[in-house]
Write a protein that binds this ligand. Structure first.
Ligand code: GDD
Ligand code: MG
Length: 354
């Protein structure tokens, strides 16, 4: 049976400060660590054996998911002592693989793609590698992947400033086992910048499979927040969503005052408190976050045990664990507050009137 490999060794730099304490795939997203959504989709596709290629904060994954039995999976962990890059991470788990077909996932992708259709396409084409593609408005932050009329990949252009197509690498691949064995060992290797271009230059059969379903990379705060809200509202399908889709997911042990307005796909974590007159829109509150009366929080992530005091405004911001945003402080557009920082009341205001 097909193996699944998930690459989860990245530093999650773009999601700091949240990723100072937890690896990106373990951040709570719609009530569960993000990776749970991907694992549940893999399980639903009939795959059982999953190998996690870990590096940064490797132990956190095994502590939470164990051997995978509660999810109906058989999960193994392989740790890179120093990061080996995306292809190095795939090569590093080779001795755990049991099948000739290997599904490989970037660990930060939220997608509704049909994995069975991808595997079928790979088998039908007798490909060496099949890359799942999706279309995006701005391909510059991704791997741009032009194809010919037969769906064969003609180039792989990672983070190209002048993309030639809107088709990008969706971060899901099917590999023939022998291709994985041919990746060099003992040094970092990038699948995007080295392995794929080398395979194409050598004439390997690299095919594309375009999926038109839901897709989002959760590497940046704005996408993390939007992806979580889409899960809560049922726009991004996940078998792991705890509860029915709706405008808000309020986890057990959270207290939301009837006089608060909570919506837009927000998640209110366990032990959170949202006071009367507060507004929470399309935001993610990790466990124990507190929002006081009259505060407004939009499209933001509030770290574990953080506090937004009375009348504060937090928009498009990331608040670190246990940080305190004082009364009537205004934070907007990309503000990031480091863990344990205390912003005194009215200490930061915002004016567009420069
Ligand atoms: N094991 C391991 N070791 N995993 C790694 C390493 C490593 O050294 N470096 C990165 N990863 C993991 C990350 O944890 C993440 O799950 C995945 O590999 C991709 O890394 P990102 O840092 O998120 O890459 P990206 O988002 O800039 O670009 C990649 O994903 C895009 C789709 O979202 C590329 O694959 C692009 O081509 C692609 O379009
Ligand atoms: Mg990414």
């Amino acid at each position: 049976m097909t193996d699944a490999v998930i690459l989860v060794g990245g530093l999650g730099t773009r999601l700091r400060p949240l990723t100072l304490s937890a690896p990106k795939p373990m951040l709570p997203t719609a009530g569960v660590p993000f990776l749970t959504h991907l694992l549940a989709r893999i399980q639903a596709a009939g795959i059982r054996h999953v190998v996690l290629g870990t590096s940064f904060r490797a132990e956190v994954f095994e502590e939470y998911f164990g051997n995978g039995t509660p999810l109906g999976l058989d999960i193994e962990y392989v740790v890179e002592r120093s990061p080996l890059g995306t292809a190095g991470g795939i090569r590093n788990v080779a001795d755990r693989l049991r099948d000739d077909l290997v599904l490989v996932f970037n660990g930060d992708i939220l997608s509704g793609a049909d994995l069975t259709a991808l595997l079928d396409a790979h088998r039908r084409c007798d490909a060496d590698v099949t890359i799942q593609l999706t279309k995006v408005d701005d391909p510059r932050a991704f791997g741009c992947v032009p194809t010919d009329a037969d769906g064969r990949v003609t180039a792989f252009l990672e983070k190209d400033p002048n993309p030639v197509t809107d088709q990008i690498n969706a971060g899901v691949y099917v590999f023939r086992r022998s291709v994985i064995d041919s990746i060099p060992t003992g040094r970092p290797v990038s699948v995007e910048r080295e392995t794929f271009p080398a395979l194409l230059a050598a004439g390997a059969r690299v095919m594309a499979h375009v999926d038109t379903g839901y897709w989002r990379d959760l590497g940046k705060p704005a996408d993390f927040v939007a992806g979580s809200a889409d899960l809560v509202r049922g726009l991004a399908p996940s078998p792991a969503l705890p509860g029915a889709p709706g405008e808000a997911l309020v986890l057990a042990g959270a207290v939301v005052d009837p006089g608060a307005v909570v919506g837009g796909g927000s998640t209110i974590g366990a032990g959170c408190r949202v006071a009367a007159g507060a507004t929470v829109e399309a935001s993610v509150l990790f466990d124990g976050a507190v929002i006081e009366d009259g505060a407004r929080v939009s499209r933001s992530v509030l770290g574990f045990g953080s506090r937004i005091a009375s009348g504060a405004v937090v928009e498009d911001a990331v608040i670190g664990d246990r940080a305190i945003v004082g009364a009537r402080v205004e934070l907007r557009a990309g503000a990031r507050v480091w863990p344990d920082v205390v912003l005194p009341e009215t200490s930061i205001r915002f004016s567009s009137d420069l």
